[in-house]
Design a protein around this ligand. Structure first.
Ligand code: ATP
Ligand code: PRP
Ligand code: NIO
Ligand code: MG
Length: 581
């Protein structure tokens, strides 16, 4: 039911006109990379497979739909209630694959009615997931590998589900931890947190502390002494009381938010005082968090204060290695600017602009029919970028010397796959003059089976047989090819599909193996950590100019010569030449 009403009304019309069982192929793809970039991290496929596994209208849904469509024939609702994804087959990019425009992220094959019904939910499950993972990946690229990145977005995210998805997919994109406990628990992400300003303001004096001791030592007295020795006379005692209370609770996890009153004259000195006592007692204080002001300047100032204080205290206080964390409306541009200013930050907490995807609030993933009853379909548009690439296709990443991907190639499923060491002509899908020969050293199949419904093979075979009796030989060939592919997959073990791009994948960037299953069977999905490593490995081998933040070079997505000519022939067939008088 998490779908648009028009899916159900279309299905009614398909059913009434006898087309509900037509064999169909849909491609889910996007046309433009987000954030002015030239790559997208595809995500959400695990959620898609989980959805398809249990796809079915419940009796209560059917009862409601009867009230929504009161004029529909009663038998339609019996049909709707009987639908599931057992005749559907789905190929997908492995979760975390770096994807490019026009490459099908998911190819869905099966009866028209069911495939149509999957559209909205599949888009809902992948659009935000992919946008979020891409956004996080850009933050990671900007921050560099050594920065600890913590997602702080729960309070600003688009509702509870937006928040959980944001945490999950920002982890995949390269964040290290989340403040969101529900997401951490559900997805096995490391939870991390500091404390808020309210914790500091909750203490008014040392008398708020029921005890001044840590390990039997009067920490207040010792901290006041360190503060004096370091020469800070205007630091807040109530802030120091709060820091002592936090240190008593977490003597080995002491991280202080230092900007409640005055970062340089109070927060940092109070942190140094408590941290010094803790390290004298054998504990290891963690560091500070800056949450306002000039974060580059304050990080550098804090680092130099730590170094100076450490020297003054005899060089064994461990202050010099304290971590400096920053938060406060950080976005990608701020991050690049902090880099330019030579910040001294070790960790960042990022909320609002990460989880709301400030630079672009949605990805335009779409779901288009590319084949029906073995006949390729094309959607024409004045805007050439919106013209769809017809027919069932596979996608391959052609990798050149030094394991660097050269381009992605769309190949009709009826054509054979490109082979390493063999030269292949790659056409721009729409611009005649743009074509190149590529001799790949490796070929990575991008679309792997993630769902083969238990009855898909029977459906495809029955369709092929029906078409065999037909006179249209084009349709016959295409349908036979579809049935053949289904049979191959079935022979490979329909009940335990083990899709893997790893066979031909570039070293270090292999998709994590996923053991899929037909309806009702148990599935092992790659862990978020495996997906995260896969994202990282691919990014590290892509040409730098494709992934740079500003004005990157587009990565090529091409079609085979056969597909190029087919697209243009079909286009001419579908759009007759206009006559002007
Ligand atoms: N050195 C810096 N270079 C570039 N941008 C920075 C730098 N330091 C902070 N920023 C960014 O500038 C913006 C400052 O926002 P704002 O004026 O709301 O902060 P503030 O007044 O210091 O803090 P608050 O309002 O939370 O007390 C934030 O987006 C922050 O991330
Ligand atoms: O700035 P973000 O990237 O969204 O990171 C999360 C913010 O949430 C907290 O602020 P809080 O809710 O206490 O409010 P404030 O900073 O606006 O005062 C925290 O101190 C960060 O500033
Ligand atoms: O743990 C923190 O410091 C935190 C968590 C959420 C939002 N802001 C800060
Ligand atoms: Mg803030």
């Amino acid at each position: 039911m998490l779908t648009d009403m028009y899916q159900v009304t279309m299905v009614y019309a398909y059913w009434k006109s006898g087309h509900h069982n037509d064999s169909s192929v849909f491609d889910m793809f996007f046309r433009k990379n987000p954030f002015g970039g030239e790559y997208t991290v595809f995500a959400g496929s695990e959620e898609v497979v989980r959805f398809v596994q249990t796809f079915r209208f419940k009796p209560a849904d059917i009862a409601y739909l009867r009230t929504v469509l009161p004029t529909a024939e009663p038998a339609f609702f019996d049909f709707l209630g009987s639908l599931d994804a057992s005749e559907v087959r789905m190929h997908s990019l492995p979760e975390g694959t770096i994807a490019f425009p026009r490459i099908p992220c998911i190819r869905v094959e099966g009866p028209l009615a069911v495939c149509q019904l999957l559209e909205t939910t599949l888009l809902n499950l992948t659009n935000f997931a992919s946008l979020m993972a891409t956004n996080a990946c850009r933050f990671r690229q900007a921050a560099g590998d050594d920065m600890t990145l913590v997602e702080f977005g729960l309070r600003r995210a688009q509702g509870p589900d937006g928040a959980i998805s944001a945490s999950r997919y920002s982890y995949i994109g390269g964040f290290d931890a989340t403040s969101n406990l529900a997401a951490a628990m559900r997805h096995g992400i490391t939870p991390k947190g500091t404390h808020a300003h309210s914790f500091v303001s909750a203490f008014t004096s040392f008398s708020d502390l029921p005890s001044r001791l840590i390990d039997g030592v009067d920490v207040v007295e010792r901290a006041l002494e360190v503060r004096r020795r370091l020469g800070f006379s205007s630091a807040s005692d109530s802030e120091l009381a709060a820091f002592v209370a936090y240190a008593q609770a977490f003597p080995d996890g002491f991280l202080a938010l230092v900007d409640t009153y005055d970062t340089v004259n109070s927060g940092i000195p109070n942190f140094m005082a408590v941290a010094t006592v803790l390290s004298e007692l054998g504990h290891k204080p963690v560091g500070i968090r800056l949450d306002s002001g000039d974060l580059a300047y304050l990080s550098k100032r804090a680092r130099s204060m730590f170094v100076a204080a450490d020297a003054r205290l005899g060089g064994s206080s461990a202050l010099a290695s304290s971590a400096i964390m920053a938060s406060n409306n950080i976005n990608e541009a701020v991050l690049h600017s902090l880099n330019d200013q030579g910040h001294q930050l070790d960790a960042l907490g990022v909320g609002t602009h990460l989880v709301t995807c400030q630079m672009q609030p949605a990805l335009g993933m779409v779901f288009k029919l590319v084949e029906i009853e073995g006949k390729a379909r094309i959607k024409i548009s004045q805007d050439v970028s919106k013209v769809t690439i017809p027919g069932a296709k596979d996608a391959f990443r052609l990798v050149g010397k030094h394991d660097i991907p050269i381009l992605d190639l769309l190949v009709p499923t009826s054509e054979s796959a490109p082979v390493p060491g063999r030269r292949v002509l790659c056409h721009h899908p729409f611009e005649e003059k743009k074509r190149v020969f590529v001799t790949p050293s490796k070929v990575i199949p991008l679309l792997v089976p993630v769902w083969i419904g238990a009855r898909h093979e029977a459906f495809a075979r029955a369709k092929a047989e029906a078409v065999a009796g037909d006179s249209d030989s084009d349709a016959k060939d295409a349908a036979t090819a579809t049935a053949g592919a289904a049979a191959d997959a079935a022979a490979a073990g329909a009940a335990t599909v083990a899709p893997s791009a790893s066979g031909a994948a570039a070293e270090g960037a292999a998709a994590p193996r996923r053991e899929g299953a037909a309806l009702g069977h148990r599935v092992r999905f790659p862990t978020p950590t495996e997906v995260r490593s896969y994202v990282r490995a691919q990014l590290s081998i892509l040409r730098e100019d494709h992934v740079r933040p500003l004005n990157p070079t587009p990565y090529k997505v091409s079609v085979t010569a056969g597909l190029y000519h087919f697209i243009h022939e079909l286009w001419s067939r579908e759009v007759p030449i206009a006559e002007l008088a």
